[in-house]
Ligand binder design. Structure first.
Ligand SMILES: Cc1cc2nc3c(=O)[nH]c(=O)nc-3n(C[C@H](O)[C@H](O)[C@H](O)COP(=O)(O)OP(=O)(O)OC[C@H]3O[C@@H](n4cnc5c(N)ncnc54)[C@H](O)[C@@H]3O)c2cc1C
Length: 452
């Protein structure tokens, strides 16, 4: 009798897990709360252009997403190089070439990355130095544990860095953590460095340079087209009962589904809306209650004229980083921006957005602004997951240790590119599905007939 697995969520993790299970001959059904697939990847026509409301950039150093790009014959192209840079530091607006901003970042970023080589000898096994297999210097695990606490900017408080250096890094990481730097685990920045050969230029290239010509939908629609299983849209799951033999899902409409196993791909920020019986273990509940460090937003801004620049500002400014993306034939430019706190801005309040833009460029006229408030969205509750102080060690990894037929997947709990990119979602879709296959194979399969 073939096994039956239900998947909660039709983002990249859920879609890829379904494909993996389907290939092994397992019966699969996906339940998705939204009326669309893609989750936090969402390609839409907005402001007379195709825009990404969620994920945008990809890279060949992200192995799982690159495989999908190759598999489905998708192409990439670069974001523009910037002609000018504006950065607010020590209360003043500075202006220069992009290389001048890079120069201001170089020394403090090297300090923030310090330890990345010894802490992450295997970047896709980020807790390796705490494992029994670790055979490096004795003091590394203790220093690794210590580096999970405090703020990502603490490294710059030794009196040797100027306020300008601190402010440009604050802006960079407010955008990167998409949240406040004060609560951001220093280990995440070091992990990103390790995933980027310890080079800032490669980190920038991996996270902000290459986009998909057909957008993210060129990937998620192709994966979905390979699925023969039902994807039930507008079908939120409200409860999951699980034991050693199987699972029972309750949907918002009161209907119930039984299966041999469930893979839950709900972002950490939206897990609190699902009741688990038995309840999740205390370490997982703690992470769900705390949430991630991801409290920010992404905004698209259209301005009159063609302007090619990047602008940054430290904590206190709603927008931490903003850069030109598209130069339209009607003589306008579309900029993309990121900030640490979604409550400090109304993504559609053009007048307020103009005020914020004026702190760097009083000459610009904002004609439109758009975006999706992912933090206020019940089905995400956050943007890309970033790591709060203490959560690098006691956070995402706790979701790997389930011992019933309840399994988790999703970018937020990836081992490689954890939280931030689609790559991690695909990684966990594959690895969790393979774990389910292994464990269903060894522990036997409940009655699939009852689950149909
Ligand atoms: C603003 C923004 C910018 C980003 N930029 C990039 C980028 O440039 N490059 C990049 O690679 N990545 C980027 N990311 C990250 C990337 O989008 C995510 O890491 C990835 O899409 C997560 O996939 P997932 O399947 O793990 O989760 P999701 O895509 O969130 O999928 C989970 C699914 O579960 C559904 N769900 C939630 N609750 C329930 C429920 N109770 N019942 C049923 N279904 C439920 C959700 O609706 C969702 O569809 C960005 C994300 C955001 C938000």
């Amino acid at each position: 009798m073939p096994a039956k697995v239900v998947i909660v969520g039709a983002g990249f993790a859920g879609l890829v897990a379904a494909r993996e299970l389907q290939t092994a001959g397992v019966g699969v059904e996906i339940f998705e709360a939204r009326d669309r697939i893609g989750g936090r990847a969402w390609t839409e026509e907005r402001m007379s252009h195709t825009l990404e409301l969620g994920a945008t950039w990809v890279h060949w150093m992200q192995p799982f997403v690159w495989t999908e790009i190759a598999r489905y014959g998708q192409e990439i192209y670069p974001s523009p190089d910037y002609e000018r840079a504006y950065w607010i530091a020590d209360g003043q607006v500075r202006e220069g070439a992009e290389a001048d901003l890079d120069a201001a970042l170089a020394r403090p970023q090297a300090k923030i990355f310090e330890g990345s080589e010894e802490f992450f000898p295997y970047p896709h096994d980020p807790l390796h130095v705490l494992s029994a297999d670790y055979d490096g210097p004795d003091d590394v695990p203790e220093r690794f544990r210590a580096a999970d606490h405090g703020s990502v900017l603490d490294a710059l408080r030794d009196g040797t860095f100027s306020q300008e250096e601190i402010d440009v890094c604050d802006a960079y990481w407010s955008a990167g953590y998409n949240g406040y730097t004060a609560t951001a685990s220093p280990l995440m920045a070091k992990h990103w460095a390790a995933l980027s050969d310890h080079r800032l230029s490669l980190l920038d290239e991996q996270t902000l340079k290459f986009k998909l010509r057909n957008g993210m939908r060129g990937l998620y629609e192709n994966i979905a087209a390979d699925l023969r299983c039902p994807i039930h849209l507008s079908s939120p799951v409200t409860a999951v009962e699980h034991d050693d033999d199987g699972v029972r899902l309750t949907l918002e409409d009161g209907s119930v589904r039984e299966a041999d196993a469930v893979i839950v791909t709900i972002p950490i920020g939206a897990l609190r809306y699902v009741g688990f019986t038995p309840d999740l273990p205390a370490p997982m509940r703690k992470v769900v209650a705390e949430g991630t460090n991801s409290t920010g937003f992404k905004i698209w801004i259209k301005v009159e004229g063609h302007h090619n620049f990047i602008a940054t500002a430290p904590t206190g400014s709603p927008i931490a980083m903003m850069k030109s993306e598209y130069f339209l034939d009607d003589g306008t430019t579309i900029l993309v921006g990121f900030g640490p706190d979604h409550t400090t801005i109304d993504l559609h309040d053009t007048a307020h957005v103009q005020q914020v833009v004026h702190q760097w460029r009083p000459d610009l006229t904002v004609v439109d602004s758009d975006g999706h408030d992912w933090c206020a969205d019940r089905w995400s509750g956050q943007t890309w997951a970033t790591i709060k102080s203490g959560q690098f060690i006691e956070g995402w990894s706790t979701f790997h240790d389930t011992d019933t037929r309840l399994y988790f997947a999703g970018a937020d709990i990836a081992k490689g590119w954890n939280g931030v990119v689609v790559d991690g979602a695909i990684e966990t879709g594959i690895t969790t599905a393979r774990r389910v296959l292994r464990e269903l194979g060894t522990r036997g399969v409940k009655s699939a007939a009852a689950a149909q």
